[in-house]
Ligand binder design. Sequence first.
Ligand code: GAL
Length: 131
Amino acid sequence: MIPVPYRSIINGGLKPGKSFTVRGVVNTNPHRIFFNLRHIFGIAFHYNPRFDQNKVVCNTWDGHWGPEEYPAGMPFKAGQPFEIYIFCTDHSFNVFVNGVHVCSFKHRFWSLNEIDVFEVAGDVQINHVDA
Ligand code: GAL
């Protein structure tokens, strides 16, 4: 088991082609899970499965939250194992859960090389991270 919250440094910062894989199990009676890609001033990508609202919220934070985006569907299930794969391109973050493309989030924070922390928090257990 890998302790949650989990944080790792992205060596050299983010670049197109970089990906993050996390395998784990959602807690029973979960509230929320947080996957964040951070820079020194905030969050360039907040991917936030919300079991209390049965939806996923994506956003940025840079002193305040930006406009929320709601990718269709809720790919995480209470108590169930999952694999999430986050892939950065030159124009967006793309999220695959259990092999299915579930989200595309256009970059708002364009200095990709300044995005240097990957974080997983909330109601989840994780047993593998490739970041
Ligand atoms: C807030 C919530 C934050 C974050 C944000 C995204 O309401 O407290 O954790 O999810 O929404 O817009």
